[in-house]
Design a protein around this ligand. Structure first.
Ligand code: GLN
Length: 199
């Protein structure tokens, strides 16, 4: 199972480490060909505007859309989730708009979890990851200037929530989280993602 972690900017290294720990063959992807040869893709956290612009510059956006059309699983964390979303709440988007892939039926608000508490940890008691230990319950989640999901379309499945808002969602071969599972020792979200790539 070869997973391409988009390595243009942001927190890609921890994803590479975590996926390697659970047995994936991981490529640090900077070229469209790195994506074309992979079975799945991870879009890391970072700065969504920067990653979005670099994706277009290097033709990575088109390669990700090809992978999506081919049914390959794609997982976006934090900034990666913003890039997958179909809509960014206008008041939180970069002035003049910002590039997104628009693959997932979500409306997200950037930096939505408060200015004072830019980062926090929480245990997601209602998390549901079929086939994984404890069914995915009690997932450790780290939020860093995290985006909130304001709206999830009818084909989006909510796999975990925090204070009534979805924070881990799936739509067919797309997975997205507001939080960063790569920063904890709990590898269940990454394992779940690999199980999506196996099918
Ligand atoms: N605040 C970032 C953005 O809006 C996302 C933060 C993150 O990925 N940890 O792009």
């Amino acid at each position: 199972m070869r997973i391409a972690v988009i390595a243009l900017q942001g927190d890609f290294e921890r994803h590479i480490v975590r996926l390697g720990e659970i047995g994936a063959d991981v490529v640090s992807a900077r070229l469209p060909s790195d994506i074309d040869s992979a079975d799945g893709i991870v879009l890391p956290g970072g700065e969504s505007t920067t990653i979005g612009k670099l994706m277009i510059r290097y033709g990575i956006d088109a390669a990700i859309k090809r992978a999506h059309a081919a049914g390959k699983p794609i997982y976006g964390t934090c900034a990666g989730m913003i890039l997958l979303a179909s809509e960014i709440a206008a008041e939180t988007a970069e002035h003049g708009g910002q590039p997104v892939l628009g693959l997932m039926d979500l409306t997200v608000a950037r930096n939505a979890y408060g200015r004072q508490i830019d980062s926090f940890e929480s245990t997601l008691t209602d998390a549901r990851l079929p086939g994984l230990p404890d069914g995915g319950k009690n997932l450790e989640a780290v939020f860093i200037r995290a985006p909130a999901i304001l709206r999830a379309g009818p084909t989006v499945d909510i796999l975990a929530s925090h204070e009534g808002r979805p924070v881990l969602v799936r739509q067919a071969n797309l997975l997205a989280s507001s939080f960063h599972p790569e920063l904890t020792k709990d590898t269940r979200v990454h394992e779940y993602f690999l199980s999506m790539a196996e099918r």
